[in-house]
Design a protein around this ligand. Structure first.
Ligand code: SF4
Ligand code: SF4
Length: 72
């Protein structure tokens, strides 16, 4: 259980505030851990923390800084 919590702790934090729905993070994620909310009035990425392996590719690829590395 503790390992599982640690693994999740490495998942970047995500804020949709500045998301422009470019979907670069969706393409970059090797675990399909990022999905799309794609409604006309509501478009942004969403992170599925249970699938995330903490590789931080999303952090690197997002030019709007929506993802932040989790400090270990
Ligand atoms: S890369 Fe950034 S701006 Fe683009 S969809 Fe992902 S979170 Fe949003
Ligand atoms: S850290 Fe890696 S696995 Fe997790 S959401 Fe970002 S790109 Fe996907």
């Amino acid at each position: 259980m503790e390992n599982k919590q640690n693994k999740k702790a490495n998942c970047p934090t995500f804020s949709s505030k500045n998301c422009t729905a470019c979907w670069a993070c969706v393409s970059a994620c090797p675990r399909k851990a990022i999905g799309r909310i794609n409604l006309p009035w509501h478009r942004h990425a969403v992170i599925f923390r249970m699938k995330c392996i903490g590789c931080n590719r999303c952090v690197e690829v997002c030019s709007n800084h929506c993802f932040s590395r989790t400090q270990r």
